[in-house]
Ligand binder design. Sequence first.
Ligand SMILES: [Zn+2]
Length: 301
Amino acid sequence: MEINEIKGNTFCIDTGMTYIPFYKINDKDIIMLDSGWEKGERAGIDELLEKNNFKVVAIICSHAHIDHIGNNAYLKKKYNCIIAMPAYEALVCSSTVNLKVYYSSQTLSDVTEHFGHMVCETDIMILDNQDKIYVCGIKFKIMHTPGHSPAHICITTPDDVAYLGDALISDEVMEGAKMAYAFILREDLKSKIKLYDLKCSKYVVAHKGMYNDITKLITDNINFYKKRAEIVYAVIDGAMTMEDILKAIIKRFNINVNSRYRYTVIEKMLRSYVEYLNEMGIIELNMDDGFLKYSKSLSDI
Ligand SMILES: [Zn+2]
């Protein structure tokens, strides 16, 4: 784990798996953009912060996913820092019952066991109509990019460095990924198009890249997600239930599903592609002898 300079007072922690940007207010006080993953990153982040004598005074979060807010509660307790987050994401992680709204296919006990550490109190709720926030008197610009999660945001520091969170994935991730996650793919694609208008001097993608220009990356991301939707379309043969499609996709991508937890992750991932194809009118959903089944529409993809 190491610290990379980006521009001016904006730096980032390279955890190996992700970039976690932070803004230095002075030699000691920093504002983090996301707090990382508990399981694989907490110990390293903790050590790095202590080694550099940093005090986390605030965390601005892009969205409430486990690998982005996994250390919020821990760091808040340790440094008594302020947490700012889009309002809906803040509500999702305000209790285990609210987390279950998002992880609805798991029991409350499972949600508590796997995601309970994500529960934290948010001090500043970022509303949908806000294009900037002041944290510790410092202005950060906000671009709302829903889709990957319900209220995902991109955050630009005073150094004109944009942190894109998971609104885009890097070339390396695209090369290695079988599928990529979106909560609502149609909205996510709209947000990716919106990013063409974001003009900053540097861009940081959480998993994991640093760019001076993202024009090509946006186009490649859109094509990557659309290609996955085409593959999902291609495995639909006749009328299939969601589970039939899931089975076909697991086979098509040779995905190793070795736990209940993994199954729900893959199922959630697939759902957004199926819903996207359905919303675009490419596949249709009908009742078939008491079961909901998807089949190809007459119009082609
Ligand atoms: Zn995410």
